[in-house]
Design a protein around this ligand. Structure first.
Ligand code: C2E
Ligand code: MG
Ligand code: MG
Ligand code: MG
Length: 297
């Protein structure tokens, strides 16, 4: 009887789950269609805004810059994650408009910050295919008056591999002008090491997946230390993303040759006002690195 009950429960539960699954797929599909339809207007109407996450040099205990991260506050559906709307923007060809808007805002905001602070902007693979990235970047620098060396472009391995020809040419041109070029999410793609050497880069950003286990798995820590060393051997700055705890931070400092840290241990992404305030109070200040907001824990 028990077994029968279990089987019938599984059957009806299974059926319910399948129905639920279809409902969910349907909702997801319809939501995606609506987001697709709304994104163009959202970009035009400035519904896509930026938050900034600090990048820290932990040995100097100093903020060296921040990464601009796009946010979409949809009037009906609330906050939409960039993991959802960036792929939509790429598929629909709206990404270049978005990239242009992000570059314009980020360079303008950074030009109001202290001179030693840089800003990083994410560029998608589609940007290299669809448009002249060098021209778009030049335009943003011209309009904002920001010095070239204060801007950094972040590209993923996948973007560079997908658009090898166009990306290499554009990145070389940006590098030559003193603009930083960071390889984002490093270690999650599949670029060969010899290829890495030929790329015009100034920085490796090691993906957060390398950090997650370092406090419990010595092998994970050794791996991260070696990836950081690889970056140093290529004469690149090395940033680690996704550092969440004090324990991870201490291991990174004592066991690896990383240059910079970005992660919740130092703070969540902040809106412009909060970041400007943080940079102002930090400017020239000695003592504790920065106020770590309570929400960061
Ligand atoms: P990304 O460029 O690798 O950015 C880092 C992501 O990690 C951000 O997520 C950030 O909020 C998150 N993060 C930072 N520190 C931590 C941490 O300690 N723990 C954890 N769990 N996460 C942390 P976000 O803002 O959701 O962005 C996700 C991705 O969306 C970005 O990854 C980037 O690939 C893309 N993206 C965001 N803004 C733009 C944009 O303006 N243009 C393009 N093309 N892509 C963008
Ligand atoms: Mg990035
Ligand atoms: Mg990343
Ligand atoms: Mg990422």
């Amino acid at each position: 009887v028990k077994a029968d009950l279990a089987i019938s429960a599984a059957k009806s539960g299974g059926k319910a789950m399948v129905v639920q699954f279809h409902d969910q797929m349907d909702t997801d599909y319809r939501l995606r269609q609506q987001l697709k339809a709304d994104l163009k207007q959202a970009i035009a109407d400035d519904q896509v805004t930026l938050v900034y996450q600090a990048v820290i040099d932990p040995r100097q205990d100093k903020i060296v810059g921040c990464e601009a991260l796009a946010r979409w506050n949809h009037p009906e559906h609330g906050q939409i994650s960039p993991a959802v709307f960036i792929p939509i923007a790429e598929e629909t060809g709206m990404i270049t408009d978005l990239t242009r808007a992000v570059l314009a805002k980020a360079t303008r905001d950074c030009s109001t910050w202290p001179d030693d602070i840089c800003v990083a902007v994410n560029i998608s693979a589609r940007d290299f295919r669809a448009s002249d990235v060098e021209a778009i970047v030049t335009d943003a620098l011209k309009h904002s008056g920001l010095a070239a060396h204060r801007l950094e472009i972040e590209v993923t391995e996948t973007a560079v591999i997908e658009e090898q020809q166009a990306a290499t040419v554009a990145l070389a041109a940006l590098c030559a002008r003193g603009i930083g070029v960071a390889l984002d999410d490093f270690g999650t793609g599949y670029s060969s090491l010899s290829y890495l050497q030929s790329l015009p880069l100034t920085k490796l950003k090691i993906d957060r997946s390398f950090v997650m286990e370092i406090t419990t798995n010595p092998q994970a820590l050794r791996l991260l230390a070696n990836v950081a060393q690889l970056g140093k051997d290529l004469d690149l700055k090395v940033t680690v993303e996704g550092v969440e705890t004090e324990e991870q931070l201490n291991l990174l400092l004592s066991q690896t040759r990383i240059d910079q840290i970005q992660g919740f241990v130092y703070g969540q992404p902040l809106d412009l006002e909060a970041m400007t305030c943080l940079l102002r109070t930090r400017c020239g200040a000695k003592g504790p690195a920065m106020a770590r907001p309570a929400t960061a824990r």
